[in-house]
Every structure is written in C-alpha cells, then in structure tokens.
Design a protein around this ligand. Structure first.
Ligand SMILES: [Zn+2]
Length: 259
C-alpha cells in the first residue's frame, strides 16, 4: 500500500495555462489595490495618526481627474465659437496691429497677451481665434469668461472633496493656453479675488501662455494682477481701438457672442 505522502506527490495539480484561462473568465475587480471600493487604508503602525483612516485610491483619483477634465471642457466651450476664426475676423482700422500680434502669438504661443479696449471691438473674437488655432496642435486650451470661471470654482469647491477641487484648479492654472475673457467684471468677494490672483500668479511665475481680455479701466483690476499684466518683459499690451465691432453689420458675431 502506498503512503499518503507518496500519493500526493504524484497528483498533478493544474497550475498551467488551463487554470489561468479559468481565472480570466472570473469577474475580477478592475482595481487590484482597492477591489473597486475607491478607498484604501494605509499600511501604517497602530499608533500612526493615519491608522485605520480611509484614503482615496489612485483609481478614484484618476477618475476624479478625468471628470475634472470633462467639466473643464464643458466650461471652456470653444465649440460654440467655431466661427470666431482669424479668417472670420474683419480687420478694420484700429484692429490691424492687434490682428497681426494675436496671429503671431497663435503661431508661436509664448508670454502673455493683454487685449483691451471698449466693448465689442473684437477682443474676444481674436482671443478665441488664437485658442482655436492653437488647439489644432495642443488640445489643452481653456477659454473662460472670468465671472463664469469663478462661479464654477465656487460651485465645485467642497472642502470634503479637496482632491477633486485641487485637480480642477490645477488643470485650469496649468493649461497649455488659458484665455481669461472679461477680466475686471468678476464678483470681487475676497475668496474669488484670491483664487483669481493665485491662478494668474501661477501662470506669471511659470511664464505660461495666457491671453487676457478686458474692457475695464485699470483701477477696476486687482493691483496685484495689474502689476503682472503690465510687466512688459512678459506681456504684449494690445489696445484695440475700433468702432463697436458688433455694430458694423456683423450679425453673426452678435448672435455668437450672445450665446
Ligand atoms: Zn482602486
């Protein structure tokens, strides 16, 4: 009679391709780290302050990042301005230099453009034209009307979900090109003012391509922002001085800008 130990050594246990195929058919969690729970506990000693606490898993952080990117895309909404290309721009007296400068920037984005002048002189049109042009080679272009942007940040700011908010804010401040339309018309609560300053200061320190439009007098713009805006080492200061662009029979422009 064979001893049980000898029997066991002769039994072949299928650990080859057959068992791997069987395992693949099983519905396994997409994330091995958190088993799709979205949260993990850190491996820390019992007396560590983070012991037993739940932290978002990398997969959850990634998901939040993607959601933040999508929501920025919706906020940016350059699609609504497809007819604001350089070709669609009516170059009239008082806008020639601005047109040339913005086109040069679009071909080689660097530094800042500060487009200012009265209402309806074509600032937004040129800024958007640059955005659409640059987006052909780099998708990471954000266009935002300043008051809308600050509303968006306020609406998404939730101290309990800091990661999502920080990601959103980082995505905005680090976009390849950021277009801030209508500076100076924003609600100036201290919180909004601080956020806008942080955003602009980051782009200033990092020398990131940025276009800012405004029809406001300098005294209505935050001094800290203005001093950066008027730094001639970084910014090309472009004044548009034309008759109201929208009153010159450009009905399509008028319709688009009211969207
Ligand atoms: Zn996970």
């Amino acid at each position: 009679m064979k001893r049980i130990g000898d029997v066991l050594t002769t039994i072949s246990i299928p650990i080859g391709p057959a068992s791997r195929t069987a395992a693949r058919a099983d519905p396994r969690p997409a994330c091995a780290r958190c088993q799709d729970a979205g949260w993990v506990r850190l491996e820390v000693p019992v007396n560590h302050p983070n012991f037993g606490k739940l932290f978002p898993c990398d997969c959850k952080i990634q998901e939040q990042r993607e959601r933040a990117r999508d929501s920025l895309k919706r906020l940016s909404n350059l699609e609504a301005f497809q007819q604001h290309s350089f070709d669609d721009f009516d170059v009239v007296e008082g806008t020639e230099d601005a047109y040339d400068e913005v086109l040069a920037f679009a071909n080689e984005p660097s530094g800042w453009l500060y487009l200012h002048g009265g209402c309806g002189v074509g600032k937004t049109h040129l800024a958007v034209a640059a955005g659409l042009h640059i987006r052909r080679t780099n998708q990471n272009v954000l266009f935002a009307v300043v008051p809308d942007l600050l509303d968006h940040l306020r609406a998404t700011f939730d101290p309990g979900r800091g990661v999502a908010y920080d990601d959103r804010f980082n995505a905005i401040r680090s976009a390849f090109l950021l277009i801030l339309d209508d500076l100076g018309t924003e609600n100036t609560t201290p919180w909004a003012r601080e956020k806008l300053y942080q955003l602009i200061n980051h782009r200033y320190n990092e020398r990131l391509p940025t276009i800012i439009t405004s029809n406001q007098e300098h005294k209505l713009i935050d001094e800290r922002i203005l001093s950066r805006l008027l730094d001639t080492h970084l910014t090309r200061d472009i004044k548009l001085d034309a008759l109201d662009y929208r009153r010159r029979g450009r009905a399509d422009y008028f319709r688009a800008s009211r969207r």
